[in-house]
Design a protein around this ligand. Sequence first.
Ligand code: ATP
Ligand code: ZN
Ligand code: MG
Length: 304
Amino acid sequence: MDMQTSLLDRLFSTGLLIDTGVEGLYGRSGAFEDVIARFERLIDAYGGADGAEAMRFPPGMNRAHFETSGYMKSFPQLAGTVHSFCGGELDHMSLLQCMEVGGDWMKDQKPTDIVLTPAACYPLYPTIAKRGRLPAKGGLYDLQSYCFRHEPSNDPARQQLFRMREYVCMGTQDHVTEFRQTWMDRGLEMMAKVGLDVTMDVANDPFFGRAGRMLANNQRDQNLKFELLIPVTSAAKPTACMSFNYHQDAFGAKWGLNLENGDVAHTACVGFGLERIALALFARHGLDIALWPAEVRKVLGYQD
Ligand code: ATP
Ligand code: ZN
Ligand code: MG
C-alpha cells in the first residue's frame, strides 16, 4: 500500500474525512472543520490589522465573468460548469425513461448562467471593476470560497471541492509586490508556529497544452508564482499549502481595474489551501488532536 492510500484510509477510518464514493469529494468531521476554523482565526490574527474588505462569494460564479477571465484558455481541463434540466413535461418523461434504462440523461441538461468557482479571487475582479477607479491607497480584499477543480485523485490533498482563503491586493507594482512579500514572510512564520516544516519554491500553474508550456516557463522565469510546500503524504514531494501570485497588470488590463490616476492596476493574491493545511497538521502531529504538541494546541486556541 502506498503512503497516499494509507493516509486517506486513516482519515476515513477516523471519520475526519467522509468517503462519498468520488475521489476528491469528501465530507469532513466536526473536528476537521474545527481545525480549519481555528487556522482561519490565526490567519485573521496576522491579516486582521491590514484593513482588508471581507467578502464571501458562493462556490459558483457568473458564467459571463468566467468567460471573460480566460480560464478556458489556460485551464479547460480543470473547469466545472453547472447544467440543469430546462425542458417541459414531455422532455421530463423521456428524461426519466432514459435514466430508467441507464442511458445518457446528462446530454439534454442545459448550461446555466453559473460555473463553479475555480479560485476564490475570480468573482472579485469584475466586482471591483464595476465600482470605478480604485481608492488612492489601492484595494485589499479578504475572500474565502469553496473552489472546484476537476482533478480527481486518491491523494487526500488533491480534492475536487476544497476551500481557499485569499487576500487580494490591487495597486501599483511596488505596492502589490510588497504585499506578496509580507504574506510570504507571514506564511513561513505561521506554519513554523503550528509546527510544520516548510519550504518556499518558485512554481507555475498547469497551463493546458503545448502553448501552455511556454506560459508556465514564462511564469517561472519571472518569479510570478511562489508556493509554500509542506509534507502531507510524502516528505520527498511536499504539497503546496499556500501560493503567492503576482499577476502584473494582466488582470487589471483584462477587467479594467484602474488606479486613481487612471493607470492600469497591478494585482497579487495569496491563497491558503485550508484542507491542505489541516491535512498537513494531521499528517505531522497525528490524527488525534488531543495529542498534538501543547505549543501547537495553544497557538490554535485549544483548551488544555
Ligand atoms: P498544485 O500545484 O498542488 O496543483 P496549485 O498551483 O494548483 O496547486 P493554486 O492554483 O495556487 O494551487 O491554488 C491556491 C491554493 O489552493 C494552493 O496553494 C493549494 O493550497 C490549494 N489547492 C489547489 N488545488 C487544490 C486541490 N485540488 N485540493 C486542495 N487544495 C488545493
Ligand atoms: Zn487568487
Ligand atoms: Mg493545481
